[in-house]
Write a protein that binds this ligand. Structure first.
Ligand code: NAD
Ligand code: GLY
Length: 355
């Protein structure tokens, strides 16, 4: 078992990693001195696998939301709030969210607005949710105009990670989550890259726990300093400016988020080198780490020019333009200006070299 404390404006909270934690959730919550959640929220895929044992361990009813990013919407929030009212939840009650990042973002946001805010416990079941989405307090849903455009900083009271849940995760999802691990490792723990490259043949629970908790430690350090993203938290956007543009240009259908981020990391390594902030050795290390995750869905047929309007709409845009995060040899540099033409040139190079 491993644990880490995350500081937050709402009070510090613990992240606990323990194999088998899902079926011991009731005991863990008791040991942490927390009231038991009165409702467990999961989805139609994760519910039968992990929501049911979690709910039975807690002695709480299970609500299954429909699965998929397309359900990370206001209408789902409204349905969930209605269910909680029907079940008689009131202020002071807790809820638990068992699932990937879509589920924890949605249920966490519902908790943030229910009766002006109730506490929640996150039980992430994808690698991406373990290393990123369940830590740091961002919750929210999508609008037609774009992803995560409405939400709240509403950190959970407790995060319980059970790496055994990764056993049922489709391998493609696991590989996509590993791209976020590469990102996190480059930001704050380069030695972690060795574990990433062997991770796909890594059955041992202890090694997965180590990989996950080292990522959590990097994110904890960042969000502990800058929970509301006034500056340093933007580091977590490494590889994301282009990644988001690739996802948007392909209608969010072709790439999993982590796969688009993997392309974004390759591009950011090339841009870092061009801008003189990253050595050629650093560029090659990032490219090798991404390559170790296996093939990505190709970008050959994406017209680089069609990406420019999506790059221009990046959420991290401010009055001065878009602040790109670029890799350096020992981490990252924030707020770099990259001309859209240059990003397009790099994308063309990537299309030639990597398909
Ligand atoms: P996801 O939640 O859609 O999960 C991927 C798929 O795997 C889904 O079909 C899900 O039902 C299924 N699944 C989940 N756990 C499983 C398991 N153990 N076994 C079998 N199937 C399982 O995708 P994701 O990659 O976890 O999350 C992506 C979302 O996270 C996006 O909406 C993104 O915006 C959000 N996100 C939020 C933050 C944050 O800081 N709040 C950070 C990164 C990403
Ligand atoms: N995933 C980016 C963040 O948490 O800020």
């Amino acid at each position: 078992m491993q644990r880490l404390k995350i500081s937050s404006e709402r009070g510090a909270y613990e992240v606990i990693a323990e194999a088998g934690a899902v079926s011991r959730l009731g005991a863990i919550v008791d040991e942490e001195g927390s009231p038991r959640p009165r409702s467990v929220v999961s989805n139609s895929i994760v519910g039968p696998l992990w929501g049911t044992p979690a709910a039975s361990s807690l002695g709480a009813p299970l609500i299954e939301l429909p699965d998929g990013e397309e359900h990370k919407r206001w209408s789902t929030i409204e349905t969930l709030l209605g269910r909680w009212l029907d079940e008689g939840l009131h202020r002071g009650d807790l809820v638990a969210a068992v699932g990937g990042g879509v589920l924890t973002d949605t249920a966490g946001f519902a908790a943030a607005v229910f009766l002006r805010g109730i506490d929640w416990i996150a039980v992430p079941t994808t690698l991406l949710a373990m290393v990123d989405a369940s830590v740091g307090g961002k919750t929210g849903v999508n609008l037609d105009q774009g992803k995560n455009l409405v939400g709240a900083f509403w950190p959970p009271r407790l995060v319980v990670i059970d790496v055994d849940t990764l056993a049922t995760l489709p391998e493609r999802e696991l590989r996509a989550g590993l791209a976020e691990v590469v990102k996190t490792a480059w930001i704050g723990d380069h030695d972690l890259l060795t574990l990433v490259s062997s991770s796909l043949d890594m059955p041992a629970t202890d090694e997965w726990e180590e990989l996950v908790m080292r990522c959590v430690a990097v994110k904890a350090e960042i969000v502990g300093q800058d929970e509301r993203e006034a500056g340093r938290r933007a580091a977590l956007n490494l590889g994301h400016t282009l990644g988001h543009a690739i996802e948007a240009a392909t209608g969010y259908r072709r790439f999993l988020h982590g796969e688009a981020v993997a392309w974004g990391l390759l591009a950011s390594a090339m841009l870092g080198r061009r801008h003189g902030v990253l050595s050629s050795g650093g560029e090659e290390t990032i490219k090798a780490a991404v390559a170790s995750l296996g093939p990505l869905p190709p970008i050959t047929d994406i017209n680089p020019k069609s990406l420019s309007s999506h790059i221009g709409r990046d959420k991290k845009r401010n009055a001065k333009g878009i602040g790109w995060v670029l890799p350096t040899d020992d981490g990252i540099v924030l707020d770099q200006r990259v001309e859209t033409d240059e990003a397009i040139e790099v994308l063309r190079e990537l299309q030639k070299l990597w398909n």
